[in-house]
Design a protein around this ligand. Structure first.
Ligand code: NAD
Ligand code: ZN
Ligand code: ZN
Length: 347
């Protein structure tokens, strides 16, 4: 497809950390060598996009920024040398825009911690736009008939929680707790059930717990004084705990919910003043607990996570919205009032 060099597109752009996003007309990017141009169909709104625009994390995003890393769309143009994708292919673009492929981490299959990695909608322009470019090697090809709106949250919420569950080491029949039943947590519950695990859902919101129940959670706990005692006494503690909440207390609670030998997976990234947590050295040492971080997922994790969705085992609960609503969506995310995931309908 040929396009005039001066063609423009609508995009939501951040110019200064903490400012609202502005809807602007910007040039359509051109795909370089090894890249594809994607016409965006949908983009999920992840809490990480709010952290990015609010400047919550130590390394700030590249400005001006077009956020968005739960992208689905169609390939409309190939850069030179791209042979494994074709114009018309349905694809998804995750947070992991690229990794170097050559460092010790990439060589070991740990491309999620590559120090040369780039991040979609953070260090590179993302999917809050009608078009974006991405390296062909890192986009996920998806079924031509996939529902690209329902699939969008799998590109971050899905792959991230799926990898987190794998990193917990929990096996079928064992218990995992998911603390924070938001965009990530509500798909985490479904991956856990599909992986044969028993699931305790924990949140500050009863409405979110009710959603977790409909998604298959076996036990529900509202955050409060009795959670630790209930889980230790009645369930014998958790084999794994995924923390997807955006509150420091949730990370501290996680360790106290584990049974001896259990593993807490830190996924949420509240940043700022909430970045430092207190843990019990006594509990970690004497119960031989593990605390592991989990950072989105490798390309293989992504393919597996998409497969769960394609086969109907996992389905994000999405509410469609538009680019023009983005600042109000961000506010709802800050307030914690979004159920499931908001997805921008771009095309
Ligand atoms: P979200 O706002 O949709 O969900 C957060 C949930 O946490 C909400 O349901 C909220 O009610 C709940 N919550 C808030 N305080 C709580 C508390 N004290 N105890 C229990 N639950 C509490 O956000 P999201 O899009 O699901 O993202 C969650 C976090 O994960 C964000 O910090 C985001 O940046 C991070 N994230 C990390 C990765 C990674 O690779 N590690 C990937 C994506 C997102
Ligand atoms: Zn995300
Ligand atoms: Zn690398």
């Amino acid at each position: 497809m040929s396009r005039a060099n001066n063609a423009t597109m609508r995009a939501a752009v951040l110019h200064r950390l903490g400012d609202p996003l502005k809807i602007e007309s910007v040039p359509i990017p051109r795909p370089g060598a090894g890249e594809v141009l994607i016409k965006v169909v949908a983009c999920g709104v992840c809490h990480s996009d709010v952290h990015a625009c609010d400047g919550d994390w130590p390394t700030p995003p590249a400005l001006p920024l077009i956020p968005g890393h739960e992208v689905t769309g169609h390939v409309v143009e190939l850069g030179s040398g791209v042979t494994d994708l074709a114009v018309g292919d349905a694809v998804g673009v995750p947070w992991m825009y690229s990794a170097c492929g050559a460092c010790e981490y990439c060589r070991a299959g740990m491309e999620t911690i590559c120090k040369q990695g780039e991040a979609t909608g953070y260090s590179k322009p993302g999917g809050y736009a009608e078009y974006m470019v991405a390296p062909a090697a890192f986009v996920a090809k998806v079924d031509a008939d996939a529902d690209l709106y329902a699939l969008a949250p799998i590109l971050c919420a899905g792959v991230t929680t799926y990898r987190g569950l794998k990193r917990s080491g929990a096996r079928p029949g064992q218990w995992v707790a998911v603390i924070g039943i938001g965009g990530l947590g509500h798909v985490a519950v479904q991956y856990a059930k599909a992986m044969g695990l028993r699931v305790a859902a924990i949140d500050v919101s009863m409405e979110k717990l009710a959603l977790a129940r409909t998604l298959g959670a076996d036990a529900l706990f509202e955050v409060g004084a009795g959670v630790e005692a209930s889980i230790q006494t009645h369930l014998g503690g958790m084999h794994g705990v995924l923390v997807t909440a955006v509150a420091k207390q949730a990370f501290e609670l996680a360790v106290h919910l584990l049974r001896p030998g259990g593993t807490a997976i830190y996924i949420g990234q509240p940043g700022g003043m909430a970045d430092d947590v207190r843990n019990s050295i006594d509990r970690v040492v004497n119960w031989e607990l593990s605390i592991r971080g989990s950072n989105v997922g490798t390309r293989q994790d992504l393919h597996e996570a998409v497969d769960f969705a394609a086969s109907g085992l996992v389905k994000a609960q999405v509410a469609m919205t538009t680019l023009d609503e983005i600042n109000s969506i961000f506010e709802q995310i800050r307030q914690g009032t979004v159920m499931g995931r908001k997805v921008l309908k771009i095309a």
